[in-house]
Design a protein around this ligand. Structure first.
Ligand code: PMP
Length: 425
């Protein structure tokens, strides 16, 4: 196959090529594959890296001598808070360690803002006629479905390689007090892999907002999930916000879901003194304390933040080849055809694939019929509405390498077939 842009081919050449690629697709279907690239789940080999957790903790006392089997300690085990503080580049006094899910913590914060308002809210958000959030797109589907569930309207801004477009954000928040917040995945964003630069972070923390209680949900789910030797540091959201006079603007979230066990790790939040006290006060009505046995288990397993960093290099060894396989398959079939663009992420869990406008849903259907499950087209947009029908999120970590290779070779065929169908229609 040549790598002339398909748009430059004559009608006859396109028709001939369609016949060839259809044959490739039929052969793909014949193979009866059953492969799944839908969700960013760790592979079984990654989970195995943390199996020692199953025999921990060996003690049931924390450093201060508190019995972790009992109630109490609402803000989490201090020694685990220290590890998260080091990893997130914040002061330990800002950190709360909770249950297994950071998404749950985001939901708690959001529902508390709706029911009660934040420390600087004129009234609970539920009493506002309309509440809107700025959503960088493409973004994380569960952020958007959570907002939809809670009746929060979504306004989109483009994601750039340096983070959310700050000019677009500024325009939305400056004069409209109903715009109460925004979501950011600052490091190795889901799904584009973009890393929010210190400059963009500084602008977002400093920009004027009409809402006095504007909140940035700084979801640093992939802070330490590097795929290369360049182990970049996330921008200092809390420090930048405090320095520009908006200490309560960011609330930072993270978890060990993709460090230890996705279903049995530890989540953490970090925020200003006022936000933290506000959160713990709300939480105090809902819980007596977190699972400190699990906290201690994680402390014993890692020792310190460098233990986490060393552990993440083992993850990298397992998953970097899968990301390379995605890149190879896409480049091998699609480079130069002018029908697809994709990211080569330096961390995180996803590859963002943009196909020919108007063909993403068709690609996903073709793949499904060939036994390859992809995340539904449009998932990375509010209400699953990708206005260009071009975006597909690929998640290569869960299947074994050979399956990633087979699935991605198949996806590349589907991308080309859908494009040819459109160009010959
Ligand atoms: N945030 C982002 C950006 C994610 O990609 C994910 C997992 N896919 C989560 C949060 C979920 O985190 P947790 O398991 O801690 O709830």
């Amino acid at each position: 196959t040549s790598s002339t842009p398909l748009a430059d081919l004559s009608a006859d050449d396109l028709a001939a090529r369609l016949t060839t690629v259809r044959a490739d697709y039929d052969a793909l279907k014949e193979r009866g594959l059953k492969l799944d690239l839908t969700r960013g789940k760790p592979g079984a080999d990654q989970l195995d890296l943390s199996n020692a957790l199953l025999g921990l903790p060996t003690s049931y006392k924390d450093r201060a001598g508190t019995d972790v089997r009992n109630y109490g300690g609402l803000d989490g085990l201090p020694e685990l808070r220290e590890i998260f503080a080091d990893l997130l580049g914040v002061d330990v006094s800002t950190v709360v360690c909770g249950g297994n899910s950071s998404l749950t913590m985001m939901y708690q914060v959001l529902t508390a803002l709706i029911l009660k308002g934040g420390p600087d809210s004129p009234r609970p958000w539920s009493q506002e006629p309309v509440v809107k959030f700025v959503c960088p797109v493409p973004g994380y589907d569960r952020h958007f479905t959570m907002l939809a569930e809670l009746g929060i309207e979504m306004v989109t801004v483009p994601m750039t390689p340096d983070g959310p477009d700050p000019v677009a954000v500024r325009a939305l928040v400056a004069d409209d007090p109903s715009v109460k917040g925004m979501w950011i995945v600052p490091t190795y964003a889901n799904p584009t892999g973009a890393v929010c630069s210190a400059e963009v972070a500084a602008e977002l923390m400093a920009m004027p907002t009409a809402a006095p209680d504007f909140r940035i949900f700084w979801d640093n789910a992939y802070a330490v999930h590097h795929l290369t030797d360049d182990e970049i540091k996330s921008a200092d959201a809390l420090g930048l916000a405090a320095a520009s006079g908006h200490p309560n603007r960011p609330i930072m979230f993270a978890s060990t879901s993709k460090i230890t066990f996705a279903g049995a790790g530890v989540a953490a939040l970090a925020a200003s003194p006022e936000n933290r006290a506000w959160y713990l006060q709300r939480l105090g009505f809902a819980a007596i304390g977190p699972d400190k046995v699990n906290h201690l288990r994680h402390v014993e397993f890692f020792g310190d933040a460098d233990g986490v960093r060393a552990h993440m290099r083992k993850h990298r060894d397992l998953i970097a080849p899968k990301f390379a396989a995605v890149e190879d398959a896409l480049t091998g079939r699609l480079a130069g055809l002018g029908i697809a663009e994709w990211t080569v992420p330096t961390g995180g869990y996803f590859v963002n694939l943009d196909v020919l406008d108007g063909t993403a849903a068709r690609v996903v259907t073709l793949a499904k019929e060939a036994g390859i499950a992809l995340t539904p087209a449009g998932s990375a947009f509010p209400h699953s509405n990708d206005p260009n029908d071009r975006n597909i999120r690929l998640a290569p970590t869960f299947p074994v390498l050979a399956e990633v290779e087979a699935a991605m070779a198949g996806v590349a065929v589907c991308v080309e077939l859908a494009a040819l169908e459109k160009l010959t229609a």
